[in-house]
Design a protein around this ligand. Sequence first.
Ligand SMILES: Nc1ncnc2c1ncn2[C@@H]1O[C@H](COP(=O)(O)OP(=O)(O)OP(=O)(O)O)[C@@H](O)[C@H]1O
Ligand SMILES: [Mg+2]
Length: 370
Amino acid sequence: MYLRKITVHNFKNYEDASVSFAEGVNALVGPNGSGKTNLLDAVHYLSLTKSALNSVDSQNVRHGESFFMIKGELVREGKPLTVLVQQPTGQKKVIKVNGAPYDKVSDHIGLLPLVLIAPQDTDLIREGSETRRRFVDGLLSQIDRSYLNTLLQYNHVLKQRNALLKQFAERNTFDGDLLAPYTAKLIQLGEPIHTRRKEWVSQFTPRVLAHYAQLADDQEPVALQYDSPWQTGQMETILGKALEKDRILQRCTVGVHRDDFVFQLGEYPLKKFGSQGQQKSFVIALKLAQYELFQEHFGFPPLLLMDDIFDKLDDGRIQRLMSKVSGSGFGQLLVTDARPERTQAIFQEQALTCQMVHVHQGEIIDQEEV
Ligand SMILES: Nc1ncnc2c1ncn2[C@@H]1O[C@H](COP(=O)(O)OP(=O)(O)OP(=O)(O)O)[C@@H](O)[C@H]1O
Ligand SMILES: [Mg+2]
């Protein structure tokens, strides 16, 4: 699958712009603030119906305007495909594929698989467990609908149980019989989530480690572990023991909503002891493993977007990364860089043909093959 052309209207700093992409490697270059990331974000919209950066849709409309439009012309499994996203401020967004709108926008997810590697991804290492759960849940939801449905139900029951705990505290009462069905439901729904995550970690970890070892040229070992309070068959007892604490805190303190995924550098936490380049390499390895998983699941390579990918990486890592993602098994690639000469030099070194797109103040000023 690849994106042949994108057209944006009133999207962020673009009034009207259109770019044709090569099937292989493309680089968006231009000074800071010119609109490189915004263009990647428009591609993200086409795939995932939302921005990677700003969840408030109205803020993605060009200042002073009332709607934005993004149109993508793609080739998917050999067939042409047109995807149109229209977002009028304050109204429901419309997604059309070859002119036909969806009843439910979420039905679009999975049609155009995409992996984005962006500077904010190091939040996965530095932030709390919620960020990591969101990454894992987002990834699994794209390839497993039943996982998504179970997760939505689990979160719903969790919310109900927490509301009941709060009500008990406010009224200074407690009714174990009223709470019991929620606890049972939480255990019933949590079990398949735990099983899926455990299975995912065991399949995913070797891929991450292999990508990291290649990128880092085997310099330092890393590890990924699933840290979960869940114990199959024991959850009734565990939740029972936690009840006192739950009542005081007015929320459920054990369950898959407390799961974490631990990243290590040698024997130490990557969060505390990893350098910026090591942390960035680790998230790249995570995303490349995600890419591989999507490719296997969908049967074709996803779109790969890499925003400001060269910053913080040493020359060796850049070279190994670029030779990997431009090699066989990979599909279309879109990278951004504020330094065109650096990009050009990297591609020349790899003997790669690349479509360079020069962006300046929300306009595409030049396109050339280098
Ligand atoms: N809704 C909006 N309306 C108008 N302009 C916007 C809107 N949202 C963002 N912008 C502008 O878009 C520009 C940022 O574009 P973008 O993040 O794509 O830059 P970039 O080329 O990736 O720069 P850098 O090299 O610094 O990463 C900023 O000038 C910002 O003010
Ligand atoms: Mg940018």
